[in-house]
Design a protein around this ligand. Structure first.
Ligand code: TYM
Length: 327
């Protein structure tokens, strides 16, 4: 049997998982399990590059693991673990850091945005190098992500090419897998900005675990556009377009069909229909989450990390040999 291609992706555990994460990335993570050899990681070391509360962190990390399992990440089919429990990630990040230019890191938009609001630190600056290490450590062929990670993927590809040229062919150059729709779910409060975990306004995002009443209230409060009519048009109707895309992704109904059905509805009635679609789409995840218990999730994650360490070590030994670190 031909060897399956490998996929790697990661999610930061701080803040709760929102529908942007779900529609942009996690749905693909789940689908890809049918055809790829999948490695999925809760990237806790990435999350500590901004202000966080150590007292809450272990709980948040477990929550994230539970949400992902409830979304359909299957630890029996995919390798699933916490990044910090596999030290080869940080070792490879250090090595890749030695072939990364400061200029390229300084141009990363996520670094510019976050360092403005949270203050710069070396970890935040080097963040994309650790991300490249996550991916290259397992020789991943493809990386399912939302649109905002494109630039980091470009750096990862550059580093793979540069390492291979300098030390010999070691890393595949990974391809991004970005969905055609849902790759950039926008904030409910500002449809020109992406939905984000770090937005201080909780009304800007829908969490996958939000109860139905909360979803209804958030969609009702969503900023829409002046004028009327339900049309998909990012230029003049970004708020309605965002809701239409979300509804289409949750129901599987193409956007033109939704426009035909709701075209002449008022905003109020349309928003009610959007909320119902989101609630129905997230219901199985909420139910799956409620059925999981902490102790068995901890066990699953410990097993995942043990397997990941075993898998990462021979790869990392090859890198050490290539760069002249082993006898
Ligand atoms: P993170 O934790 O911010 O987000 C996890 C995934 O969700 C996607 N995403 C979105 N997609 C659509 N619309 C949105 N509004 C939206 N917001 C977030 C992200 O693109 C991502 O795919 N740097 C990464 C984590 C990471 C990683 C990796 C990813 C670390 N190492 C290696 C892939 C491979 C991040 O901060 O994702």
């Amino acid at each position: 049997m031909a060897q399956r291609k490998r996929v790697f992706s990661g999610l930061q555990p701080t803040g709760n998982v929102h529908v942007g994460n779900y529609l942009g990335a996690l749905r693909n993570w789940v689908r890809l399990q049918d055809d790829y050899d999948c490695v999925y990681c809760i990237v806790d070391l990435h999350a500590i590059t901004v202000e966080y509360d150590p007292a809450d962190f272990a709980r948040e990390r477990r929550e994230a693991a539970k949400v992902l399992i409830a979304c359909g990440v299957d630890p029996d089919r995919s390798l699933f673990y916490y990044q910090s429990e596999v030290p080869q990630h940080t070792e490879l990040a250090w090595i890749l850091g030695t072939i990364t230019g400061m200029g390229q890191l300084g141009r990363m938009t996520q670094y510019k945005d976050k360092s403005e609001s949270a203050g710069a630190n070396l970890g935040l600056f080097a963040y994309p190098v650790l991300m490249a290490a996550d991916i290259l450590l397992y020789r991943a062929d493809a990386v399912p992500v939302g649109d905002d990670q494109k630039q980091h993927l470009e750096l990862t590809r550059d580093l793979a090419v540069r390492f291979n040229a300098r030390f010999g062919d070691e890393f595949p150059v990974p391809e991004p897998i970005i969905p055609e729709h849902g790759a950039r779910v926008m904030s409910l409060q500002n449809p020109l900005a992406k939905m984000s975990k770090s937005d201080p306004d909780e009304g800007s995002r829908i969490l996958v675990l939000d109860p139905p009443e909360t979803i209804k209230a958030k969609v009702k409060r969503a900023v829409t556009d002046s004028g009327k009519g339900i049309r998909h048009d990012w230029e003049s109707k970004p708020g309605i377009s965002n809701l239409l895309e979300m509804m289409s992704l949750f129901t599987g109904t193409p956007i033109p069909d939704l426009e035909a059905e709701h075209g002449s509805s008022g905003y109020g009635a349309f928003k009610e229909a959007v909320a119902e679609a989101v609630i129905a789409g997230l219901a199985p995840i909420r139910a799956g989450y409620a059925a999981l218990d902490d102790a068995s999730v901890d066990e699953v994650m410990a097993r995942g990390a043990a397997t990941a360490r075993e898998m990462a070590e021979p790869y990392q030994a090859r890198v050490r040999r290539r760069i002249g670190l082993s006898r």
